[in-house]
Design a protein around this ligand. Sequence first.
Ligand code: COA
Length: 321
Amino acid sequence: MIGRICGTGSYIPKVAWDNNKLSEMVDTNDEWIQERTGVVRRHIASGEETTSYMAAEAAKAALADASLAPDEVDLILVATISPERIMPSTSCEVQKKIGAVNATCMDVNAACTGFIFALNTAQAFIGQGIYKNVVVIGAESLSNLVNWQERSTCILFGDGAGAAVVRAGETGHYAQVTYSAGNGGNVLTCSSRNQKQFEEQPKAAETYMQMDGREVFKFAVSKVPEVIRELLDREGMQPDEVKYFVLHQANERIVRSVAKRLKEDIGKFPVNMGEYGNTSSASIPILLDELNKKGELRAGEHVILAGFGAGLSYGASLIQW
Ligand code: COA
């Protein structure tokens, strides 16, 4: 059995902060941010728009798109690094909110590669014949983890959720390559606020996202093309057989560099970080939902999804629409 995406959905917080608003908070400006990152604005979740709320809204939209009832869902996987509660899992909260009473639920933490890792997990369960209908979600409220006084990070991130319904079928093509590189993990970190060392200082710098931007950039532009090439080689495919490369939306310069290294037309690399910034595990499913709703994806076409992020983690999945 092979899982095929048969519905997508997303939820974007109502409030957006543009670069000019950030320039009132830290020493930065619209021109610098757009030139170095491609980000123009990012959406910021309100108190009611929690990670599980956004995840549930994205899931409802994806189920409607797939014409699947909530009680037909066997498994809910939520990729997130920014849950509003440590327990129960965000996926159990989603189950409650959407009424997926027959689903088994668990969360996946692989940061910005989370959606890819969760999609692989869905495929593994489907391939083994264990589950048939899986909802895979990436959902983040990164605005809670961002230090809004730190200009080198706060300009990049935003909130949102995206979801895909993956249904078991006899036909289709799915392949993946993933890696974790824990030895390099210190370049992108965020410590839990529920640690003894932070009792005195609950808002210590370590409890916000900390990043060595240049190192993460170098890691992304070398590893993402590498993993995409490995995936194509393994499947005996040429890049021109791929309709779109849906990359994690971290920085437009990273996307351009990956396209160049793969010697592929930049038009095959859709971007939307201008509107949303980097929404970590949500960025790939939000972009996939946009492409799907615009009618850009036709049955049988191949698409590569590729991500990278904290862990360090990276990977690529080949899907057939
Ligand atoms: N506004 C204005 N100036 C800024 C700034 C900001 N928001 N942030 C940094 N600068 C300054 C720096 O202080 C530095 O000044 P200096 O030359 O006087 O020392 C200059 O701009 C260049 O800084 P640098 O860090 O070299 O910029 P960069 O081109 O590497 O861009 C990032 C910084 C963070 C945008 C870039 O490194 C990046 O996107 N990295 C990957 C991050 C990422 O993808 N993270 C998520 C992974 S999932």
